[in-house]
Design a protein around this ligand. Structure first.
Ligand SMILES: NC(=O)c1ccc[n+]([C@@H]2O[C@H](COP(=O)([O-])OP(=O)(O)OC[C@H]3O[C@@H](n4cnc5c(N)ncnc54)[C@H](O)[C@@H]3O)[C@@H](O)[C@H]2O)c1
Length: 256
């Protein structure tokens, strides 16, 4: 599907990988609505990026909030073709440790935002996409891109909730592709390694440096535009469906 003249929502689009995706989609001629909890930053980014970019304060984990965001996208830009899920949180806590067992509330929160939030947005986006007339010869109506993590496969100590949430995103990719095939909607998932974003920059050097060392080549953090390039290819390449792709400089993360 060509990106030009399509309408996209990007969750977590106020920051990091989401923001880089918003910028690339706009560069390629899309209209984009940023869904983010961070009101001030979301408004600011949308204003900076111009008239083809709008902001909706959305909590991906809440049904009404996402519905209102999708209604805004439809009202402002007339349709919805692309949905990129980048909103996520990544706190660290061990299953059991010196402070006792993992807080069940914290585990639930990570699953709520990362896994259920992703599903909540894409199921409602699919409803809007299904109403589109096909836009390609193949009959495509929409494309969804999700964000998992290398931690879905080699989660480190303290990443149990995060890895479970991202593993869920990996696991649901193929069944969603199957569910949405008859509507002409494709879905793929990117599993990033370590990228240079505010989320990662919040980690101390003792966490970051070994991760850079474990990245085989190139020996650096990924740059958010490199993530956005793969999103664009997943949208533009009509045969790309039901797949999970690691984008990680060949990192395989050690236990810590
Ligand atoms: N940066 C990395 O190294 C890396 C690696 C692997 C996976 N990821 C994943 O990529 C995605 C983007 O990460 P990032 O590094 O750009 O993070 P980031 O913190 O820079 O951006 C995440 C954005 O999501 C928003 N957000 C959080 N909870 C939300 C909610 N409930 N509803 C709506 N918006 C919400 C935040 O306000 C923020 O703007 C996340 O899902 C993250 O788990 C990142």
């Amino acid at each position: 599907m060509q990106i030009k003249d399509k309408v996209a929502i990007v969750t977590g689009g106020a920051s990091g990988l989401g923001r880089a995706t918003v910028e690339l989609l706009l560069e390629r001629g899309a209209k984009v609505v940023i869904f983010d909890l961070n009101d001030a930053q979301g408004q600011d980014v949308a204003k900076t990026l111009g008239a083809n970019c709008a902001f909706a304060k959305v909590n991906v984990a809440e049904e009404d909030s996402v519905q209102a965001g999708i209604a805004l996208a439809l009202e402002k830009f007339g349709a919805l073709h692309l949905c990129v899920n980048c909103a996520g949180i990544g706190p660290a806590e061990k299953t059991y440790g010196s402070k006792g067992p993992h807080s069940l509330a914290n585990f639930t929160k990570v699953l709520q935002v990362n896994l259920i939030g992703t599903f909540n947005v894409l199921r409602l986006a699919a409803e809007a996409m299904a109403r589109n007339e096909p836009v390609t010869e193949d009959g495509e109506r929409g494309v969804i891109v999700n964000t998992a993590s290398a931690a879905a496969f080699d989660g480190q100590m303290g990443q149990v909730a995060y890895s479970a949430s991202k593993g869920g995103i990996v696991g649901m990719t193929l069944p969603i592709a199957r569910d949405l095939a008859s509507y002409g909607i494709r879905i793929n998932t990117i599993a990033p390694g370590i990228f240079n974003t505010p989320l990662m920059n919040a980690a101390p050097d003792k966490v970051k440096l070994p991760l850079i060392e474990a990245t085989q080549f190139p020996k650096r953090l990924g740059n958010p535009p490199e993530y956005a390039l793969l999103v664009a290819n997943m949208i533009e390449n009509g045969f790309f469906n039901g797949e999970v792709v690691r984008l990680d400089g060949a990192i395989r993360m050690a236990p810590r």
